[in-house]
Design a protein around this ligand. Structure first.
Ligand code: G3H
Ligand code: 13P
Ligand code: ZN
Length: 328
């Protein structure tokens, strides 16, 4: 059944686990997630970015969600808008069957310029007022996603801001987080704690200085009833980098967020863990391998089937690691 994010995250908080939220933009990704969830008895959060909605078309996405719910009637499914940039983007997602939306007011509507706190409060409150009327949940964002190693913040295009930002400027401030949640009434809060989007997060395995788990703890202490969201949570597994590079790819050596660190976050109030890059890499590695091993093949199913299996494997591992397995 289609459920709101709030229902899933409340259950996760009561039972001390975290939910991976996987990005989708096509049928194969939907099939991989649903198969992984069904095999591990896990609830599902699927999310589509503005780019994904443009790529797949809202009508196709709407029916993909319906298909997922019909194929697996026993699996609770939340369909979430990732990084909504303004009220009307969130409204159109709701009109197209999304049961949850993110209003990312940490950036202005251009998705690039860091926004003022006042703007963020206002635009996010507008979205919660509308969404809560129809039982749709809302995720807000406070702080600036970016790497504490490089000092670079996020822009929606995956490139950093120009110039370095101070550590304090990147991270979410716990007192401000408490004020933000009280004013906006969001169901979940995305926080900045040292991660960034994409594959190139860190140049070495991150330690305590790079991932600000102390900030996660401090926010959770101030807001024990607010569900925290970690963006940029791909682990960028070495095996996937190796598969891609062994079959004609050229990814530079890079490091993501170790799964053990995400587990620490979950112990400290993180309930939703956003993952896109790992699944993209699993798919690309499988497709490269299948095409290289059989250059004569031209039926897309020849490489899409292994792509689905490779992504499913990543999803299963995360459902299990986050203690989400068995909670469906
Ligand atoms: O927030 C970033 C997600 O990985 C979605 O990326 O905008 O390329 O679809 P996208
Ligand atoms: P990754 O790029 O680390 O997978 O993060 C995805 C994300 O945060 C989507 O909102
Ligand atoms: Zn994100």
């Amino acid at each position: 059944a289609l459920v709101s994010m709030r229902q899933l995250l409340d259950h996760a908080a009561e039972n001390d686990y975290g939910l991976p939220a996987f990005n989708i933009n096509n049928m194969e990704q939907m099939l991989a997630i649903m198969s992984a969830a069904s095999k591990t008895d896990s609830p599902v959060i699927m999310q589509a970015s503005r780019g994904a909605r443009k790529y797949a078309n809202d009508i196709v996405l709407k029916h993909l969600i319906q298909a997922a719910v019909e194929m697996y009637p026993d699996v609770p499914v939340c369909m979430h808008l990732d990084h909504g940039n303004e009220l009307r983007t969130c409204m159109s997602a709701m009109a197209n069957g999304f049961s949850s939306v993110m209003m990312d007011g940490s950036l202005e509507a251009d998705g690039k310029t860091p926004a003022s706190y006042e703007y963020n409060v206002e635009v996010t409150s507008d979205v919660t007022k509308a969404a809560h009327l129809i039982g749709v949940s809302v995720e807000g964002e406070l702080g600036c996603l970016g790497s504490l190693e490089t000092g670079e913040g996020e822009k929606e295009d995956g490139h950093g801001f120009e110039g370095k930002l101070e550590k304090e400027a990147l991270l979410t401030d716990p007192d401000q987080a408490a004020d933000f949640v009280a004013k906006t009434k969001v169901d979940a809060l995305a926080i900045a704690m040292g991660t960034s989007h994409g594959a190139y997060k860190f140049t070495r395995k991150p330690d305590g200085d790079i991932l600000a788990m102390d900030v996660v703890k401090a926010i959770h202490e101030k807001l024990p009833n607010t569900h925290l969201v970690m963006h940029g949570s791909s682990s960028v597994p070495q095996e996937l980098q190796d598969i891609i590079n062994a079959h004609g790819g050229e990814m530079k050596q890079t490091y993501g967020v170790p799964l053990e660190e995400i587990v620490v976050g979950i112990k400290n109030g993180v309930r939703k863990v956003n993952i896109d890059t790992d699944n993209r890499m699993a798919i690309t590695g499988a497709i490269r391998k299948a095409l290289q091993e059989d250059p004569g093949a031209f039926d897309p199913r020849h490489y899409l089937k292994p792509a689905i299996s490779a992504m499913e494997k990543e999803c299963v591992q995360r459902y299990e690691m986050f203690n989400c397995a068995g909670q469906g």
